[in-house]
Ligand binder design. Structure first.
Ligand code: FDP
Length: 315
């Protein structure tokens, strides 16, 4: 097994080699590497493109695409090109796309091409989130995912990925290739940070009690407004909680099960954490439509267990 302690890698291990050496299936490796390739173009679009305003023109009078639409096109093109994909669902497109090949692709992908795109104009971090299933059914519980990953476009570009054998972080180097930074990230310590989404005055009594519990146990408020960077800090700091709860006027919360919650829940569980709706495991939800939303509490397992207790008692 490839190994690298943070900052101590003697020889850089790149993403493709890491996946190959850890026995990941060839077609799955192909998909993950296609996303890695797509992310090079997305990062360029973020750096040099317009600020997400659809229908505006560039210097040459050409129509500009909003960054999330452009990111969707970049990823979809690469996934279709991969030759191993059956179905694609993108947060930017209303319907599932069936990819036609002479033979059927083995994997299906749901993805959010640019989560947090409303943060681009204020220059905060954004990300791509990807969920991968074997077969052609995308409306199944997230526990059946075979892999999940996100790419974080921050001061550095990083990819955090799991194929069901732990969670590993890669960073984009000067050649725009991903090198292994650390493997088998585990949520082991106390919750050092917490990122609470939604308006606090609209929290239920159980959620409010949980927020107070986290604060009184020393967790620092660290909320960027971007799901990917907010989850990333929980993982990389080895402990914390992100929540976007049920609100008085938004009982289903805001975040989407297929594109956002399932892949993040898969990654956090692979790191030894937990992801809950407040009343049950996110990965056990049976999605009824592409647009299903759910409240989410995700991060350090003992804290999520405590939250479920608060919700059961106080709602
Ligand atoms: P955004 O609307 O900017 O795309 O998934 C959507 C998301 O961002 C998440 O990244 C983020 O956690 C959440 O919405 C923020 O919602 P609020 O604006 O309600 O805080």
């Amino acid at each position: 097994m490839a190994s690298a302690d943070r900052g101590q890698t003697k020889f850089q291990i790149n993403l493709r080699r890491y996946l190959r050496e850890t026995g990941v299936d060839r077609d799955l490796t192909r998909i993950i590497c296609e996303i890695a390739n797509a992310s090079k173009y997305i990062i360029n679009a973020i750096r040099t493109g317009d600020l997400g305003v659809a229908g505006t023109s560039n210097l040459y009078g050409e129509q500009q695409l909003a960054l999330d639409v452009l990111s969707d096109r970049i990823i979809t093109k690469r996934l279709v090109h991969a030759g191993v994909v059956a179905k694609i669902a993108s947060e930017e497109v209303d319907e599932i796309t069936t990819v036609s090949y002479p033979t059927n692709g083995r994997y299906s992908i749901a993805f959010d091409p640019l989560d947090g795109s409303s943060l681009v104009d204020v220059n905060l971090a954004v990300g791509t989130i990807v969920s991968i299933y074997e077969g052609d059914n995308l409306l199944q519980p997230g526990r059946n995912q075979v892999a999940a990953l996100y790419v974080l476009y921050g001061p550095r570009t990083t990819m955090v990925v799991s194929t069901g054998q732990g969670v590993h972080e890669f960073a984009m180097n000067l050649l725009m290739e991903y090198d292994l930074v650390q493997e088998n990230i585990k949520l082991e310590g106390p919750a050092k940070v917490y990122a609470p989404g939604g308006t606090r005055t609209k929290y239920s009594p159980g959620t409010e009690k949980f927020a107070k519990h986290l604060e009184s146990n020393g967790a620092k408020l660290r909320y960027s407004g971007g799901f990917v960077p907010d989850i990333n800090q929980v993982l990389i700091k080895r402990g914390g909680v992100f929540m976007y709860p049920h609100l008085n006027d938004l009982p289903q919360g805001k975040l989407r099960v297929l594109y956002e919650l399932n892949p993040m829940a898969f990654l956090i569980e692979q790191a030894g954490g937990a992801a809950s709706t407040g009343r049950g495991r996110i990965l056990d939800l049976q999605p009824k439509s592409l647009d299903d939303c759910s409240p989410v509490f995700i991060g350090s397992k003992p804290e999520i267990e405590k939250l479920e207790h608060f919700i059961a008692e106080e709602g």
